[in-house]
Design a protein around this ligand. Structure first.
Ligand code: SF4
Length: 307
C-alpha cells in the first residue's frame, strides 16, 4: 500500500515536488514499518507541506528547526524512522545552524533537502543556493551572494551519508532514498527540484537529451577527474577530501569551482556512532548504576561504537 493521505496536494502544476512525493509514497512500504513508526518533520516552505500528504505521523514545524525537533524524536524514540523535509531556504538560511549540527552529531535521521535555488512560497526571492548574478524580485540587478553548495557544506560538517539526486529520475531517486534510509546516522539527500513558476529550467542541463554530456553518475569505483587528477571514487573513505573535490564539479563560480559535469549519486557513506545511540547508552549506564566518571563511560561507548 502506498502511504498517501486523503489531503488535497497543493503545489503548483508541474512542480517537482509531486515527483518526489510519489517516489517517497511508493518507497515507504519497502521499509516494512507500520505508519505509526514513521515520522516526517518539516520546516517552512513549499516542500514543507510534505507531511500532510503522507499517511504517517508528521509535524509541519518551525522555520529551519526541523532537524532539531527530529533530533529529539530520534533520541527519545529509537523505534521511529525519522525523516526531515526541508528546502534550500529553510535548511540553509534560517536553519543553517540546525542543519550543520545535526550532521556533525550524526543523529539517526534522513534529511531530504529540496533544492530549487529560489524561495517559492514567498514568490520568488533569491535563496542561499541561487547563483551569483541571479535576477529575482529581491535582487533586481543580480545577486551578489556567493551560494552554498549543500553537498560541500554537508561534507565539511563531516556528514556520514551525503548524496544528490534529481526529481526527474525516479529510478535514481528511489535508489538513493533506499540507501539513505538504510544508513544509520544522519543521511543528507539533496534533491534537485524544479520550480516551474519562479525558477523554471534550473536543472535542464542534466535533464534533456544531452544530459549524459553534463552528468557524472557516482558509483563506487567510478573514475573521476578533478583539476587534472584522476582517481576511483570511494564513498567509504573516512577522509572526505576527495569527496569534497568531487562536490565542486559542476560549479563555475569562485576558486573552488572546478567546472565539468554535475555529479549525482552517493558522495559519502561511512560509519560513525550516532548521537542518539550514545545518549541512550549514557542514560542506560546511569540507570544501571555503572561506576566510573561520565567521561569514562562516554569513552567506552565511543569505543564500542567504533568496533
Ligand atoms: Fe513548487 Fe515553485 Fe509552486 Fe513552490 S512555487 S509549489 S516550488 S512550483
Amino acid at each position: 500500500k502506498e502511504f498517501s493521505s486523503d489531503q488535497e496536494v497543493r503545489w503548483c502544476p508541474g512542480c517537482g515536488d509531486y515527483a518526489v512525493l510519489k517516489a517517497v509514497q511508493s518507497f515507504l512500504p519497502d521499509l516494512g514499518l507500520r505508519r505509526e513508526n514513521i515520522v516526517f518533520v518539516s520546516g517552512i516552505g513549499c516542500s514543507s507541506r510534505f507531511p500532510y500528504y503522507l499517511d504517517t505521523f508528521g509535524m509541519h514545524s518551525i522555520h529551519g528547526r526541523a532537524p532539531s525537533i527530529a533530533t529529539g524524536l530520534a533520541t527519545a524514540r529509537e523505534d521511529l524512522s525519522v525523516w526531515v523535509v526541508t528546502g534550500d531556504g529553510d535548511a540553509l538560511s534560517i536553519g543553517g545552524n540546525h542543519l550543520i549540527h545535526a550532521l556533525r552529531r550524526n543523529v539517526n535521521m534522513t534529511i531530504l533537502l529540496f533544492n530549487n535555488r529560489i524561495y517559492g512560497l514567498t514568490k520568488g526571492q533569491y535563496s542561499p543556493t541561487s547563483e551569483v548574478g541571479k535576477i529575482t524580485k529581491s535582487t533586481p540587478v543580480g545577486s551578489v551572494d556567493h551560494p552554498f553548495n549543500p553537498i560541500s557544506l554537508a561534507l565539511g560538517a563531516e556528514g556520514t551519508f551525503v548524496a544528490r539526486t534529481i526529481d526527474s529520475d525516479r529510478k535514481h531517486l528511489t535508489a538513493v532514498l533506499a540507501a539513505a534510509a538504510a544508513h544509520r546516522g544522519t543521511s543528507l539527500v539533496e534533491i534537485y527540484q524544479n520550480c516551474p513558476i519562479f525558477n523554471d529550467g534550473a536543472f535542464d542541463a542534466i535533464k534533456g537529451p544531452e544530459a549524459a554530456d553534463h552528468l557524472l553518475r557516482l558509483e563506487p569505483g567510478v573514475e573521476v577527474t578533478v583539476n587534472g587528477r584522476t582517481w576511483a571514487h570511494d564513498p567509504t573513505a573516512v577522509d572526505p577530501g576527495d569527496q569534497f573535490a568531487i562536490s565542486r564539479l559542476g560549479e563555475t563560480a569562485g576558486p573552488l569551482g572546478h567546472g565539468g559535469p554535475i555529479p549525482i549519486g552517493i558522495f559519502r557513506q561511512v560509519e560513525r556512532p550516532t548521537y542518539d545511540d550514545l545518549a541512550r547508552g549514557q542514560v542506560a549506564h546511569a540507570q544501571a548504576g555503572v561506576s566510573g566518571s561520565p567521561d569514562d563511560r562516554l569513552t567506552a561507548l565511543l569505543r564500542a561504537g567504533d568496533t
